[in-house]
Design a protein around this ligand. Structure first.
Ligand code: LR7
Ligand code: MN
Length: 599
């Protein structure tokens, strides 16, 4: 076990403000709204400077969160830490190939239980909410294209483990013509061997893309409510009841859960703050702050929250209502844009779209999409053009002017969707903007644009490597054990992307590493040590852990373990100018370091 390398106690100190507000920092960070995170940051700063939170206003603002945050324990983190270790070349290969095909860490996914526990991220008030006993049954529809086997199974098992049987009509898995060998038959065997029931596994006859694949699945469904999910999620405790209850009161409500984060590199499950869906004039989906005053009282943290748009992957909708408002636009290909289309359509044609804070589903957020479209089409552009031309009236020009080349791109026949809009007697886009999304600024409106810039700055306060004060807890030179060679930048301390190399120890500024409370190693208080393929590099600190998160036990003869790569900091040879490389921790030769404190 690598347990000994962790230095959990160092952060524990920061997690307490005063005895009165002794709540865990990471709980606030993950449960509060963006505004509250910013208050919290201020409070932490005050604590560091004055030793206590000395603003009553600040303390009051934090009250509703502090009172209701669930307590999280570290055992989730600890398990993942152990599993992240790459044991041999074979594992390294699985990991590397997994990143290529799936863009996340399949090695950890393979090792994790399909029934793993995840932190219950709900506000504590959610536990007092009760639901009618006669909720409708749901058909859960999951489309997948080349999904990683164990990860898809974990999606499936989390649903079976955390959904009351009487609320589950069936799970419909749509294999969108995946071409990974044996994937389909392996899933089929797994269902059979484990005698899982209520599960249908279907396959499209050609690659359809997620939009048509979902419609294909929905048409097989028999439950009164449809719930769409991505194929790499884990549903959390009590996830389904809030969704079904809202729809049973009113069929034209479309309801989404809060989408928690599963880290693609470590599989750590963490709570997402309450934000809503918006978009910009490039027709890209955006998360944004809730309008001021939405969360005034404690109870507001568990009430439904209206949202102008949805992210797209995870939502519940009455089956008949889904059909009545025109399913999806079947002219859309592969990926992109369908989420804005269905959001506009719901609001403009008489329905509503809201989020239920007590319903929580984790989703693996990848850094890149690992697949393209079969013919290389830019499907996001193709699909967005259809959205613009069917739903946005004159406002479509704002989009088209941002994408000059889009004027010559063919987006197919949209006549049946225009007809649908007429038949449903929908409001126009102007109505939508004025009534549902008045906060959206027009690109021409300078005053509003400035405002937006400001709110973006506000937003930066809590994910800001550049605005926030880093908290250094130690400083040292890193010397290769049994040598007089220390780690230094191969170029200079300021150049992003520089490799690291061994030089005779001088114990000067160029060799001085600062350790932060987030386990970053920052050279000369400038750039962070980061893994990148075989060789570590210096890079901008991003404060997101993983490839910039380094564990060690301090002192002499310690391995330096990277949580993102599952490997250890090492060198190929014990000599001047040898480049640093990431090596298996299980081959400790040339992997141990002395952390030498000096001026
Ligand atoms: O050709 C395909 N066929 C498929 O069946 C391509 C994809 N898929 C499946 C795929 O296996 C996955 O289960 O469709 C699902 C979604 O694809 P992802 O996971 O590659 O998409 P994403 O999570 O990057 O993107 C988000 O936006 C998409 C726009 O088309 C869809 O609406 C996704 O469902 C959506 N995901 C979410 O909303 C989860 C939260 C992410 C955010 C923000
Ligand atoms: Mn996804």
């Amino acid at each position: 076990s690598l347990y000994m390398y962790t230095q959990l106690s160092k952060t524990a100190e920061n997690s307490k403000l005063t005895s009165r507000y002794s709540s865990n920092l990471s709980d606030i960070i993950s449960n509060g709204t963006y505004q509250q995170k910013s208050y919290w940051n201020k409070a932490v700063l005050q604590k560091n400077i004055f030793g206590s939170v000395n603003s009553k206003r600040l303390a009051n603002k934090l009250q509703p969160v502090i009172k209701n945050v669930p307590k999280m324990s570290n055992h989730f983190e600890q398990e993942l830490f152990d599993l992240s270790l790459v044991k041999d070349q074979h594992e390294q290969k699985i990991r590397d190939e997994g990143y290529k095909t799936h863009a996340y860490n399949v090695l950890i996914s393979n090792k994790l239980s399909l029934h793993r526990e995840i932190p219950d991220t709900r506000n504590v008030l959610c536990k007092n909410v009760s639901f009618p006993s006669n909720l409708h049954e749901a058909s859960i529809i999951i489309c997948f294209y080349n999904e990683h086997f164990q990860t898809l199974l974990r999606t499936l098992q989390s649903i079976l483990d955390r959904t009351p049987r009487n609320l589950l009509k069936e799970i419909i898995l749509i294999d969108d013509f995946s071409d990974i060998k044996n994937l389909h038959s392996d899933i089929s065997k797994y269902i059979e061997i484990n005698k899982l029931f209520k599960i249908k596994l279907l396959k499209t006859t050609q690659r359809e893309g997620l939009i048509r694949a979902r419609v294909f699945g929905a048409r097989q469904a028999q439950g009164q409510v449809l719930i769409f999910l991505d194929s790499h999620v884990e549903v959390n405790k009590g996830w389904i009841e809030p969704l079904l209850a809202r729809i049973s009161e009113e069929k034209s409500r479309v309801v989404v859960p809060i989408i928690d984060t599963i880290n693609p590199d470590t599989f750590a499950y963490s709570s997402s703050p309450l934000v809503r869906g918006g978009f910009n004039w490039g027709l890209h989906f955006k998360w944004e702050n809730l309008p001021k005053g939405t969360l005034a009282k404690s109870e507001d943290f568990i009430k439904p929250i209206k949202s102008p748009t949805m992210a797209g992957g995870l939502f519940a909708i009455d089956r008949k209502y889904f059909i009545d408002i025109g399913e999806y636009d079947a002219g859309m290909n592969i990926w992109g844009g369908e989420n804005l289309e269905i959001s506009f359509r719901i609001w403009m044609c008489g329905g509503s779209l809201e989020m239920m804070p007590c319903s929580r589903v984790g989703h693996i957020f990848r850094h890149r999409r690992p697949y393209g479209s079969p013919d290389g089409q830019d499907t996001m552009l193709h699909n967005s053009l259809r959205v613009a031309h069917v739903w946005m009236d004159d406002y479509k020009d704002y989009f088209l002017n941002q994408n000059k080349r889009s004027k010559n791109v063919d987006f197919g026949d949209i006549s049946s969707r225009i007809q649908l809009r007429q038949e449903l007697k929908c409001h126009d886009f102007d109505w939508y903007l004025k009534n549902i999304y008045p906060e959206l600024a027009l690109p021409t409106d300078d005053e509003q644009r400035l405002k937006k810039k400001w709110s973006a700055l506000e937003h930066d306060k809590f994910q800001p490597w550049h605005l926030r004060k880093r908290n250094y807890i130690d400083q040292f030179a890193i010397r290769l054990a049994n040598s007089s060679l220390c780690i230094e930048s191969a170029r200079d301390v300021k150049t992003k992307g520089s490799f690291l190399t061994l030089k005779p120890c001088t114990y000067t500024k160029q060799q001085l590493w600062y350790q932060t409370d987030k386990d970053e190693l920052v050279l000369a208080q400038l750039l962070c040590l980061q893994t990148s393929k075989r060789n570590p590099i210096l890079y901008k600190c991003h404060e997101m852990g993983a490839d910039q998160e380094w564990k060690h036990k301090g002192g002499l003869n310690t391995p330096i373990y990277n949580l993102g790569s599952g490997t250890c900091l090492g060198v190929g040879q014990r000599k001047v100018n040898a480049n640093l490389e990431m090596r298996l921790c299980t081959e400790p030769d040339l992997n141990t370091w002395d952390l030498v404190n000096h001026g």
